[in-house]
Design a protein around this ligand. Sequence first.
Ligand code: BES
Ligand code: MN
Ligand code: MN
Length: 463
Amino acid sequence: MSETQHYIQENKQKFLDELFDLLRIPSISADPTYEKEVINCAETVAKHLKDAGADQVEVCPTQGYPIVYGEKIINPELPTVLVYGHYDVQPADPLELWDNDPFDPIIKKTELHPDGAIFARGSADDKGQFFMHVKAFEAMMKTNSLPCNVKFIIEGEEEVGSVSLGSWIEENKEKLANDVILISDTHIYSTEQPTVTTGLRGLSYVEVEVEGPNRDLHSGLYGGAVPNPIHVLSRMVSQLIDEKGRITIDGFYDNVEVVSDEERAEMNKLKDDPEGFKKSIGLKGVEGEEGYTTLERTSIRPTLDANGIWGGYIGEGAKTVIPSKAYAKISMRLVPYQTPEEITEKFTRYFEKIAPDNVKVTVKPHHGGMPYVLPSTSEEFLAAKQAMEKAFGKEVLPYRSGGSIPITSLFEKVLGSKSVLMGFGLDSDAIHSPNEHYGVFNYFKGIESIPYFFEYYTELKTK
Ligand code: BES
Ligand code: MN
Ligand code: MN
């Protein structure tokens, strides 16, 4: 075993304790009540980077939450790996569905995690994952084995759309110059079948409002003679997907990437486990676009989902009323070469088109993001594959994920470098949900894999 790997094995308890301290900080970026805690978290991350051996550590102010920067330049001639992650987390509610305090981490064994998993908000998304990089860096520094240069940017607004990061990277292009970006903020297919993520979907997010009568009406006096906005909105939403699972918005599929048969065959090498999939989410059956597997439906195909729908009376007991307004929030996951601007516009046009004349419809766009793909033939992918194969002792396959990390396409545009998505979570980690957890095994496999990535990537670039 190399000295670096030895250091990791020797310091497992310390690495867990330090992560626990970070998980105790409720750095919820969406809720202004937690402002002090989010900033405290940024400062704590900066301290960890310094302690691990990083230079030029800075808590960089932005219009929103700060970005933590740090670097170690050992030789400007050598390649530079830029590590990206986020220290902010999703809100923890509904709190009553947690089995422990979301900000008081505990380790519990589960069926999928015989070595135990860390239960806390942010354990998998993304504190437990970016912290693997800080610890792997520490291991390389302490054993004098860092093979190339490294830079860190850990932001605090990922869960609210990375609002400040875009302009910040534009303003700091030179400082951030790098050869490759390394991100652990995704998951592997399974512990038996480790993967490197080669794609992420984009996102277009809208909120719609349907307005009927100018005030709430008595459902006895007016019922039967006026458009009910809840009925109208439900009809419109259900009209957005047809019986074949296709999205009906005009031109929605115009720019969708046609994935080759070879690539589809490659991705379907990942053994689909329909029974396990259904069981894990308590479903009797799945559904989706005709002609595609579950794996394809959740990765290479675009989708549309209502995330919330409300209006009228939802309090205790019965109130006989026809509401004046009804609302819905709708997300669309995009694939290459769709863009959020294009899709938001097509959605708006179509939604206005299918609205009956007797109601008023408004569409409000929210944040969006571009899809991202890393070819499985690239050297960036190969270095990650080799690194994980060394750590897991198993073949590693490419895996296109359905989630979104919009900043990856911006990194490519502004900094000109590819992002390697070497995440170690599982899809069952319940990120964004109650009882989020991250496997202890996964945490340490990540810390073990990262130094190998540095080594193999440097070898590939300098040979
Ligand atoms: N880490 C996730 C994204 C993710 C998780 C991608 C697992 C692939 C696999 C990230 O923090 C996230 O939650 N992204 C948001 C998008 C963002 C614009 C709020 C998402 O995917 O909903
Ligand atoms: Mn994340
Ligand atoms: Mn997230």
